[in-house]
Design a protein around this ligand. Structure first.
Ligand SMILES: Nc1ncnc2c1ncn2[C@@H]1O[C@H](COP(=O)(O)OP(=O)(O)O)[C@@H](O)[C@H]1O
Ligand SMILES: [Mg+2]
Length: 466
């Protein structure tokens, strides 16, 4: 407080000097002063005037201040010391010190204590005033009740904290849900693969059935011929038996001639060769299908130099059942195609999905045409080509199916987006293609389509892998 006292002395001296100058110019107007006091009393904000000392004596106060501090009359309020109004122990001292140091202060938000002990928030202003008559300085100013605003602010703060907490909890939950979604997406991928393999297995059964059937037919034919040959051998044995009588031999010779004629040995020789060739071919076909299937179903994951032509041919073998009824397939590979670093198994899956879509689009077109006239059906075409374009290998799969609208084209990569009926499309095909090509290989997929004319899906893979 000692620095405060010396501060005060200095301020008093300054103010006296200033006042001396003012008094020579004008006289105080008492009538005006009374009006002013009246006005202050009617103010909605609390106004005060207090002595500047350790405790502060309230010299003037208005009704609004008395009400704010919980007193019935101004006189009751004036019975307490000004410092008792301040809630925090050192607040009054700081308040007076700051006011004196700067001659005034504004917008100081502080807590005051009401008569009943309750606290209120006020926005306080103060200025130091010199009273020339009494040659004293005083503190005067206003207290505006901002409790409601403060409480609202506190409420907002706690709401904010609450909100942040909730956002945190929500975020954690969302993250967990996202993880779950990711893992279920992996499961969907796995399921899709299984589904494709299931469809393949059905296709395989059909594919294998035909060659196996003619292998069986040929074997039965060969067994018949074998039976004939064995009966001939028996007759020849009788013929070459030294112990046999001439009559027995003559009988055997006649029998042999009859059988040879009956079996038509000369021409059956060619049939036997043809049957053996056919059976071998059937067996080759079966083993080709089985190898392709095994190849296709091999688990993926490893990036390795891959012969794109072989991968496409392999996929065409396993997907044959999907397209052979509706379309012819052409394959055109660029000359000197280098091997591409990629995950062959995943790539085949992507190709498979695109080829199935092409076949379905062609089938849709054929169905639409057949609805108009039953003879209008024409075999579709799926044209596959591979070219090197800059640093990329471009695999294009073009179909002459129904095509799709621009609205559909924009959404084809969305998981679960399908225009097919429930049960016939999972909406996963192209989203899986996108995932394999873009995410796994750092490539690109583009779909161009013209409704009624067809669609081209282009898969771009970086030559050196991603
Ligand atoms: N070659 C195509 N021709 C026409 N529309 C296609 C073609 N490929 C995809 N679409 C459209 O994109 C949609 C999504 O395809 P996809 O992701 O494979 O799921 P799904 O085949 O199960 O519907 C299909 O429902 C179809 O409307
Ligand atoms: Mg599909």
């Amino acid at each position: 407080m000692s620095s405060l006292v010396s501060d005060l002395k200095r301020k008093v001296a300054e103010l006296e000097q200033e006042l001396g100058q003012k008094q020579s110019r004008s006289d105080p107007d008492d009538g005006w002063r009374i009006q002013l006091d009246d006005l202050v009393d009617k103010l909605q904000v609390g106004a005060y005037q207090s002595s500047i000392d350790v405790e502060g004596t309230l010299l003037h106060a208005n009704k609004a201040l008395a009400k704010l501090l919980g007193f019935e009359t101004v006189d009751q309020l004036k019975e307490i010391r000004f410092h008792q109004v301040f809630f925090e122990p050192d607040e009054y001292r700081h308040f007076v010190e700051d006011a004196v140091r700067h001659m005034s202060l504004r917008n100081r938000e502080l807590r005051v204590r009401r008569r009943d002990g309750a606290e209120r928030w006020v926005n306080a202003a103060a200025r130091v005033r010199y009273d020339p008559g009494e040659r004293t300085i005083r503190l005067e100013g206003i207290f505006e009740d901002i409790t409601a605003r403060k409480h609202a602010e506190e409420k907002i703060q706690s709401l904010n904290a609450d909100l942040e907490e909730r956002v945190k909890v929500r975020t954690t939950r969302l993250e967990a849900a996202l993880d779950e979604l990711k893992s279920s997406q992996d499961q969907v991928l796995q399921m899709q693969k299984l589904e494709a393999i299931g469809a393949l297995a059905a296709g395989m059964a059909h594919e294998i059935n035909t060659p196996i059937q003619f292998v069986g037919d040929n074997l039965r034919f060969l067994a018949d011929v074998m039976g004939d040959y064995l009966s001939l051998v028996t007759v020849y044995r009788r013929l070459s038996n030294d112990m046999a009588s001439p009559r027995e031999r003559a009988l055997a010779r006649a029998e042999a001639m009859r059988l040879e004629e009956e079996f038509d040995l000369d021409s059956s020789k060619d049939d036997v060769q043809a049957a053996i060739d056919d059976a071998n071919e059937g067996i080759d076909r079966v083993s080709e299908i089985v190898t392709a299937m095994k190849d296709f179903a091999r688990p993926g994951g490893a990036i390795a130099p891959t012969d794109l032509g072989a991968a496409i041919r392999n996929t065409l073998i396993v997907s044959k059942r999907e397209y052979e009824q509706v379309a012819d397939v052409t394959l055109h590979l660029a000359e000197n195609l280098p091997e591409i670093s990629c995950d062959e198994a995943s790539l085949k899956q992507a190709l498979f999905n695109v080829i199935v879509n092409a076949a379905q689009a062609i089938e849709d077109r054929q169905r639409e045409a057949a609805d108009e006239s039953p003879q209008a059906r024409t075999q579709g075409c799926i044209a596959i080509s591979v070219a090197i374009e800059g640093e990329m290998a471009a695999i294009r799969i073009a179909d002459d199916g129904v095509g799709m609208s621009e609205g559909t084209r924009c959404r084809v990569f969305e998981p679960f987006f399908t225009t097919r009926e429930v049960g016939s499309g999972s909406g996963q095909g192209l989203s899986v293609v996108h995932r394999i090509v873009v995410k796994q290989h750092g490539g690109r997929v583009e779909i161009e389509s013209c409704p009624g004319q067809g669609t081209t899906a282009s898969i771009f893979l970086p030559l050196g892998g991603s």
